[in-house]
Design a protein around this ligand. Sequence first.
Ligand code: C2E
Ligand code: MG
Ligand code: MG
Length: 586
Amino acid sequence: MTIGVGERVVEQLHGDGAGAGAVGRPAPMSEQEAMFRNTMEAAQVGIFVLQDQRFVYVNPFFLRLFGYEESELIGRLGPLDLVVPEQHPYVIEQMQLRAAGVSGHSYELTVIRKDGSHFPATILGAPSTFEGRPASVGTILDISAQKAAEQRIRELADYDVLTGLPNRRLLRERFTQLLAVAEREESEIAVIFLDLDHFKRVNDSLGHSVGDELLCEVARRLDGVVRRIDTLARLGGDEFIFAMPGFHTAAAAEVARRLLDVFARPFEVAGHELTVTPSLGISVYPSDGKDLEALLRNADTAMYRAKEVGRNAFQFYSSEMNTTTLDRLLMESNLRRALVQKEFVLHYQPLVNLENGLIVGVEALIRWLHPELGVIMPDRFIHVAEETGLINPIGDWVLCEACRQAQAWCDAGLPPITMAVNVAPVQFRQAGFVEVVAGALATSGLEANRLELELTERTVMHDADINLGTLSALHRMGVELSLDDFGTGYSSLAYLKRFPVGKLKIDRSFVNDLETDPDDWTIASTIVSMGRSLRMTVLAEGVEKPEQLALLRKMGCDMAQGYHFSRPTSADGMADMLRDQPFMNR
Ligand code: C2E
Ligand code: MG
Ligand code: MG
């Protein structure tokens, strides 16, 4: 039988004339009443009667559904007590319509059990009367199972089963929304196409289940890089897509760099340590495409170009970006390679004692021997290395190589010299820098006082207190310290006295016009006398002319370096100079 929800049923339910709370009270029942009572009790759907926004009847199924005792509900609570607050306005509206005699249609609500838990339900109500006054009768069905099934279906349709990441369908859906916003706000969206290099090898050599696990691990790491508003999707295979709203070119490059970093550590999968690298292609809306398909196609093209330049790299689709902004960025991925493929070399420039003309030290200066571009000078790549943190491994290499070379000259019987090595601010501040220096000395066998670290004023003055610790530790080891490019920073004398620095190197810019510019002369001679009063050695950089040298000698400058003596030269050239001592006052 169908459950009638109308006046007749309600009247018959309460045919004994009892009011609210009458259900269940033992009373003589007619056969018909008993039948209705049994029907209500057996019904596998919640049935309720409302009057004045209170429950005046609910069936046992309703009570079980919500976990209430009848006495707690009848005449005490109303629908608003069982519905989440956000939906109260809607419920009130529905109750008013029923009270006004308007028939209802079914609607969904989130309802609350007595224990506070929620579940989704469908409600169907109809106007009625109760004890001669307007009321409404309704049914309620728990639709949790149905909702869960719907959710699961949606997940299967929208998410990649292996990694749980959004799939192409969901990516497309989300991208439609991103496009709408980007169009309105005239903002950009970056699309990054990431493909693992040689992923097939993993599958072929270790089997598909290892390959699958690796993909999940990769997905997990990548997911840690994106912002909440970004979408990371898996297109299938080893292809991942990032859709990142509000990203301009430089920012996209920054993310691409972080994505490459994600792969720096090997992945531990099924007892294997797997090293994989990705290749990335980047396209940017609106310049590289107006819809997802075009952007994906172009990001894919760029990704293949990244594979061509040597994998573990990224490329922009727009060739313009690749040459201008990318000049720098390209260099960065090249820099990584350069380190691995040993494309760096050190050249050496003599540091000359002005009293006797003896070469008492050399400065190690890095050069990059690029296979296609030839020699690249440090001014062009050191700042990229600093910005990207690559300066740490590069700087570590410089330290080791310079120490090794100094000891090799010593072993070859050449006159003892001090090896001066430039240290970038980032490198100096990296944790464990002192240990790196100690390691370079220990490995090479070079005595600590044969090594001199060149720091700029800015490096030292930044977080002066912290740096003082590092400087003191190096000083205690016996390593010499000098202040490079002196005069261009903002060192105060009071500060300088606190640091165990033994040498000041007057910046080239003051030496350049020393013989013509009186200001430069004043600055240079002030540095010389200041250094003297602090018992520091003063060296002039960039000495190109004999006139400059003569002035510096007159000021009492201790040492000099510059093209006047020699340009930086290879280790072999430097060895010859050390042997010949061409600048000695004979
Ligand atoms: P710097 O430490 O001030 O090194 C001196 C620079 O002046 C060198 O340029 C040298 O070739 C140049 N120079 C020497 N004498 C003369 C001269 O008479 N006239 C002129 N015009 N220039 C002269 P370079 O080798 O190009 O290095 C530039 C800068 O790059 C260095 O300046 C230093 O700050 C940095 N650098 C070089 N090698 C390294 C390194 O291994 N690590 C770090 N962190 N920085 C380095
Ligand atoms: Mg230097
Ligand atoms: Mg310098």
